[in-house]
Design a binder for this molecule. Structure first.
Ligand code: GAL
Length: 503
């Protein structure tokens, strides 16, 4: 398989010079062995929030507040009931021809207090069963250790991710997960979207744990998460890779950015700055051992101008820099949804990650909308971000860990807009892989199921299966998009057909 894939890249690398029109639909196949599947996350789907010894997470606490910070005042107490529906969910994946499934572990389900001195056997059992079912059905599990549901006890004990006290707790939890599941799980990711955790959770306070400290705290949070990832990588390398093999990465979210005026060099520079503040801030330390130079320069200068004695962006000491510069990721997970326009006009507001960049972003009104205010449909952006990652990090392996489209709570399974989104976006990924030679090894769409969409509750549906949230049994119905993806997965690309009913 490996050499087949290499030959494929070589062949298409050669054709790489052939330019393909951005709007032209490309027929063709992905490399052999390309992974296809769907993603979910524990808090958004599992429910069973206090069953079988599960501890309380910051999302349980956050959603149970009065008044509720969630748009429809809902929570993930029941969500999709996936804790009780492993067989059914695996069957849905199988029906779609998926070869991969990405889910996250609920830390508090395994370790109710977050600490390894109290292991909840029932939690381990649940994931054991799910992993075994997947493997039995020929579906590879891709496991995320942290998709935002921190055990409340650890938040109380340490203050959460802005505190470096979190590092050993995370590493011990990761070690337990590797030791219990590493014999069967070969693809691991540590953190899902640290940008969202740090900016929205600990900066704006719109997500759990609801902390509003915009100026310095998000950078501290990012710094801790990067160190926790790196120490986990070292531990994985030393204790588990020799025994079980496998790969460890991190999931970074990034949109694409387009210069407001492509002839204005200031706007063009602002695009690169936006990318480095969004993606580079996380990937660069793990690949090159340091924050991107441009990020360092801007935050240091701003901090100095504010009369601070040190930068709001922390520094890795020499020991850390040396350790990190060896590279501490095997691949980069990418969550990509949308695109922004960028102009070099600074954003006003208190000093923060946003104002530090000296730019502003907005979306073009002409771009088709979704049900999420931040998500507009710009398929070519996917090809661009994949190429930027290829060029920035030496064609590092990329696994697309999320990509998807939302419609409203009252939408049904006739989800033509979602079909169109997936079709156009994955076609741009095909161009990135086969024409541009981007090293993408798989694609996991978001999401297998409609689910609890964080601060939006159940007002936005992202699933390829429609979930009936008023039915106590949370019945699932495949949408048109499930059928579309099935065809894509089984063809491993887009086959030219004459049929009228072709997607
Ligand atoms: C991502 C997140 C997912 C999901 C998705 C759609 O930021 O990782 O959990 O909510 O966005 O909004």
């Amino acid at each position: 398989m490996r050499s087949q894939a290499r030959l494929f890249f070589l062949l298409f690398g050669l054709i790489g010079l052939v330019k393909c029109d951005e709007d032209e639909f490309l027929y063709g196949k992905f490399p052999p062995g390309f992974k296809w599947g769907l993603s979910v996350a524990s808090y958004q789907t599992e429910g069973a929030y206090q069953e079988d010894g599960k501890g309380v997470s910051i999302w349980d606490t956050f959603t149970h507040q009065t008044p509720s910070p969630i748009l429809d005042e809902s929570n993930g107490d029941i969500a999709c009931l996936s804790y009780h529906k492993s067989e059914e969910d695996v069957q849905l994946l199988k029906n779609m021809g998926a070869t991969t499934y990405r889910f996250s572990l609920s830390w508090a389900r395994i370790l109710p207090n977050g600490t390894v001195d109290n292991i909840n056997a029932k939690g381990i059992e649940y994931y054991d069963k799910l992993i075994n079912l997947l493997i039995k059905n020929g579906i590879e599990p891709v496991v995320t250790l942290y998709h935002w549901d921190l055990p409340q006890h650890l938040q109380d004990l340490t203050g959460g991710w802005p505190s470096e006290e979190m590092i050993p707790y995370f590493v011990q939890y990761a070690e337990l997960a590797f030791s219990k599941f590493g014999d069967r799980v070969k693809t691991w990711t540590t953190f899902n979207e640290a940008w969202v955790v740090c900016l929205i959770g600990y900066g704006e306070g719109v997500f759990a744990p609801g902390i509003k400290e915009i100026s310095e705290t998000p950078y501290k949070c990012a710094h801790t998460i990067l160190k926790a990832h790196a120490q986990t990588y070292r531990m994985f390398d030393e204790k588990f890779r020799p025994k079980f093999g496998g790969k460890l990465g991190i999931v970074i979210d990034s949109g694409w950015y387009i210069a407001a005026d492509e002839n204005d060099p200031k706007d063009v520079d602002a695009v690169e700055r936006a990318l480095q503040f969004k993606h580079g801030l996380f990937a660069s330390p793990l690949v090159f051992g340091k924050y991107p130079d441009i990020v360092r320069k801007y935050v240091d200068e701003k901090s100095q101008n504010e009369g601070r004695s040190s930068s709001r962006l922390p520094t890795f000491d020499e020991e850390w820099s040396t350790f990190l510069s060896g590279g501490v990721v095997d691949f980069l997970g990418l969550n990509h949804y949308t695109t922004q326009m960028v102009s070099a006009k600074p954003t006003r507001g208190p000093p923060s990650w946003y104002t530090d960049q000296d730019l502003s972003t907005y979306q073009d009104d002409a771009w088709p909308k979704s049900a999420s205010s931040w998500l507009r449909v710009v398929p070519s952006g996917f090809r661009h971000i994949l190429n930027w990652i290829k060029n920035t990090y030496g064609n590092i392996e990329v696994l697309v860990t999320e990509n998807g489209f939302s419609d409203t709570a009252d939408a049904d399974w006739n989800d033509d807009d979602r079909v169109n989104y997936f079709k156009q976006y994955t076609n741009n990924m095909l161009k990135a892989v086969t024409i541009d030679g981007c090293n993408v090894t798989g694609y996991l769409g978001w999401s297998l199921l409609d689910n609890f969409e964080w601060a939006s509750g159940y007002t936005e549906r992202f699933g390829v299966h429609w979930v009936n949230f008023s039915d106590p049994d949370r019945t699932r119905t495949p949408k048109k998009s499930a059928a579309f993806l099935k065809e894509l997965f089984t063809n491993n690309g887009f086959a030219k057909v004459d049929k009228k009913d072709e997607f």
